[in-house]
Structures are given as structure tokens and as C-alpha cells.
Design a protein around this ligand. Structure first.
Ligand code: IMP
Length: 423
């Protein structure tokens, strides 16, 4: 049985958590393959909002097994908080949540290093979530990292100490004022490690291989978005993992020839949080309205998200790199009420019109070229059937499908599970 993938196609925050939750009833296993607690996956049902950071979004479904894959980085302290929040649901976490031994651990000093690195960059900072993501992946690729499986060894604390000492020397090197009390941070860390060790650690690639052989249905859940990919995103304003389809192969051990559907999630407009280029960003009332109506604040950091029109140049790029087979358009309801909807179909790149994403999309090189379409005024949030969608929204969807050459199978009209229209 092939493994399906679910990915964000923009700069993250597309609504992946909601769609995984909606799709989970059709899957036996949900497996996160990259990123860490920089993600905030929001799910809403039965009038309650849940935000998950590291735990896969299938956790609330009775029958799904949830796997945190080897490509993920885990902060035990944040993980413990997520688990604490789940306690009231009486889920059988020991059997429903399985953790790869090969996943790397975020240490308290990784978080401090993230802060020091950002502070040292001044205006050129990445705008990271300060969760220690970059330094942890640096230790992974530098072959210095600590993995979940290390916690099963007797000498893991020695390994921890050596790495933390090295990090402290590196923090000093940055020569920026970072106040911290490592002993206090370590108290929480060691407490959280104790709890983590009570969970089930697995060799996830073997588990997933056996599950495929047994014809189980697996959904690989991505975090962040394609434009934050370490290779294909707007470098250096990116995260430190492979957020694109290939990340599911390396982050779970799924062979490329076992990939089935690739679900690409995008918002009907565009948002970005943190620094970096954003060609269709709006600085006017329209952008402010999108932010307000769409409640565009980071689920992890609470930072306001930058908003703008849909960028088809960037979206086409993401669709191609990921081999998307089915699209899902989120937050169509947020665009209700605009007389005109704009879509960026090309860039003016140093005076020439281009329809591909150039190497450098900084504002001094690139300005968007828009196509204008008629808007719609209906409140979509109570709609449940595709034949209720307004004509002008259907025109927008038809145009996007034609341009992207991939069908849009879901239109989301609100944050709740039920506000999901199938096409
Ligand atoms: P980091 O992943 O915390 O190192 O942050 C690097 C960049 O990715 C920053 O611009 C963050 O705002 C952005 N980023 C990281 N995770 C997410 C996410 O889940 N949603 C949106 N942006 C994110």
C-alpha cells in the first residue's frame, strides 16, 4: 500500500493540522516526518481548539497510530506540555503515540544558541521561532546530535553534558547578552526526559515497512511549508529541514516508489511569519483585513502574520517540486467581502516578465503582476456542499486548477472539522 503525503505549499500555516484531522478516519497511521515544535498545528472540533506542535494531528482519532518520525526534532519540555494538555482526553498515549529512536533531541542549550544566533544577526535575523530548530539540525548534520535512542543508553547524561558544555562555549562566542540559568532549564529538561522515557520508542522505518506490507494506510504529515524548505525555500529565510515531498522519504524511511497521493495545502491568499521576501505582501487595509478576518497570528509564537494575495508563481513552483496530485484550498471564507480578488500570475523580475520563481525574489528585484477577478460577498462559513459555493468563487477555483494543472479536492470555509467542502 502506497504512503500518501500531506504538505504545506506556502510559508507554513496553511491549515495542515485541520486537514490531517479531517483525513485521519481513512488512515491507520499518521506519521510526522520533519520539523519540531516550531510548528503549531491547529485542530477544531466539538467547539474546542487544540494546538499540537510535535504530536501528529491524528492523535484524537480512536483508531489511528501516530508516529513521530526520525526527521523530527523533539524538545522534551514542550513535548511534556503537549502530553499534559492531552491528559484530559484519556487517550492511550503509550500505544497510540510511537517515537522514532532516530529523532533528534532539542536541548535547552539549542534554544539558547538559537536566541544568540538571532541576536547576533541584528536586522538580518531569520525571525526564527526561537525553539532551537536550527542549532539542533546543525548538530544532526554535524554528527554531534543526541537522539531519542540515546536515552536508552546508560551514559546518555555524559553525552548530554559534553554537548551542553560545548554549546555554552559557543554561546559565549556570539558575544551577545543572553541571560539564562542553565541549571533551572535543566531541571525542567530532566523531568521532561523522565516522562518521555515512559513513552514507546520504536525503529520507525521498520514499523512503517511492516505496516506497508500489512496493507495499512499511512499518511505522512509535513510541517511548515515548501517555501521554508532548506533547499528550495527562500534561503536563508527558511527553516532547517526538508519540508518538501523528499523530506518524507528521509524523515520516515519511505522509498520514493512507495509514495502515493501528494496532498498540497494552500491558503486562498498568502501569509508569512518571520523575516524574508514576500512579493505579494500587502501593507494596506486589504492586508490588514485578511489578517484580522483570518485571525492570522502564529499558533506557536503569537506573532502577527504578514498577509498578501495568492502568489501563483510560487505556488506552481511548490506544486511541481512536490509532485502534488490533489490540492486543498484553505480559508476561502476569509476572502468573502472583497470586490476584487487579485492573483499574482507573473513577476516583473529586473524589468522582464517571468513566470518561474527566480533565484532572488527580494523586493528590489521582483514586483508582482496581477490578474484581477471578481470577488464574492457570501458568508461561506455555514456552507457544507459544493453546489452552495458562489459563482465567482467557482471561477477563482477553476482558474487556479487550470493554472496549476491539479484538481482542488477540498475547499475549507472555516476552522472546524465540519467546515470542509469536498469537490
Ligand atoms: P525556525 O524553524 O524556528 O528556525 O524558523 C525559521 C523560519 O521559519 C522563521 O521565519 C519562522 O517564522 C518560520 N517558521 C518555522 N516554523 C513555522 C511554522 O510552523 N509556520 C510558519 N512559519 C514557520
Amino acid at each position: 500500500m502506497a504512503v500518501d503525503l500531506l504538505l504545506g505549499l506556502q510559508w507554513g500555516d496553511e491549515g495542515k493540522g485541520k486537514i490531517v484531522d479531517v483525513l485521519t478516519k481513512d488512515y491507520d497511521i499518521i506519521a510526522r516526518f520533519q520539523g519540531g515544535p516550531n510548528a503549531g498545528h491547529t485542530l477544531e472540533f466539538d467547539g474546542i481548539k487544540h494546538v499540537l506542535h510535535t504530536i501528529p494531528s491524528g492523535i484524537f482519532h480512536e483508531n489511528a497510530i501516530n508516529i513521530v518520525g526520525n526527521g523530527v526534532v523533539i524538545d522534551p519540555v514542550i513535548f511534556k506540555k503537549e502530553l499534559d494538555n492531552l491528559k484530559k482526553f484519556n487517550l492511550d498515549i503509550k500505544s497510540k503515540l510511537l517515537i522514532s529512536r532516530k529523532a533528534h533531541l532539542i536541548l535547552p542549550t539549542h534554544r539558547l544558541l538559537d536566541a544568540a544566533s538571532e541576536a547576533s544577526k541584528g536586522k538580518a535575523k531569520i525571525g526564527s521561532t526561537l525553539k532551537g530548530i536550527g542549532p539542533t539540525y546543525m548538530d544532526k548534520t554535524g554528527r554531534n546530535g543526541m537522539r531519542v535512542g540515546d536515552l536508552e543508553l546508560n551514559n546518555w547524561q555524559e553525552k548530554y553534558r559534553a554537548l551542553a558544555n560545548k554549546h555554552e562555549a559557543m554561546i559565549d562566542y556570539y558575544d551577545v547578552a543572553i541571560e539564562y540559568d542553565l541549571r533551572e532549564l535543566e531541571t525542567d529538561f530532566f523531568k521532561a526526559i523522565k516522562e518521555l522515557k515512559e513513552l514507546t520508542f520504536i525503529d520507525s522505518e521498520e514499523h512503517l515497512y511492516q505496516a506497508q506490507k500489512a496493507n495499512q494506510k499511512i499518511l505522512a504529515e509535513g510541517a511548515q511549508g515548501s517555501l521554508l524548505d532548506i533547499d528550495f525555500g527562500t534561503y536563508p529565510y527558511v527553516t532547517s529541514s526538508t519540508t518538501t515531498a523528499a523530506g518524507a522519504c528521509t524523515g520516515l524511511g519511505i522509498p520514493p516508489n512507495k509514495i502515493g497521493d501528494v496532498f498540497g495545502i494552500f491558503k486562498a491568499y498568502t501569509t508569512r511569519v518571520g523575516s524574508g521576501p514576500f512579493p505579494t505582501e500587502l501593507f494596506d487595509e486589504v492586508g490588514a483585513t485578511m489578517g484580522k478576518v483570518g485571525n492570522e497570528f502564529g499558533a506557536t509564537t503569537g506573532r502577527p502574520r504578514r498577509c498578501g494575495w495568492l502568489d501563483l508563481v510560487a505556488l506552481k513552483y511548490a506544486v511541481r517540486i512536490n509532485g502534488v496530485t490533489k490540492l486543498m484550498m484553505m480559508k476561502a471564507d476569509v476572502l468573502s467581502g472583497f470586490d476584487k480578488i487579485k492573483v499574482c500570475t507573473a513577476y516583473n523580475y529586473k524589468g522582464t516578465e517571468v513566470t518561474h520563481l527566480p533565484y532572488n525574489i527580494e523586493a528590489e528585484n521582483v514586483s508582482p503582476i496581477y490578474r484581477e477577478m471578481k470577488g464574492w460577498s457570501e458568508d461561506l462559513t455555514t456552507f457544507t456542499q459544493k453546489d452552495q459555493l458562489p459563482e465567482t468563487l467557482n471561477e477563482y477555483i477553476d482558474f487556479l486548477e487550470k493554472e496549476l494543472e491539479v484538481p482542488i479536492k477540498i475547499v475549507s470555509v472555516g476552522p472546524d472539522r465540519t467546515q470542509t467542502i469536498l469537490r
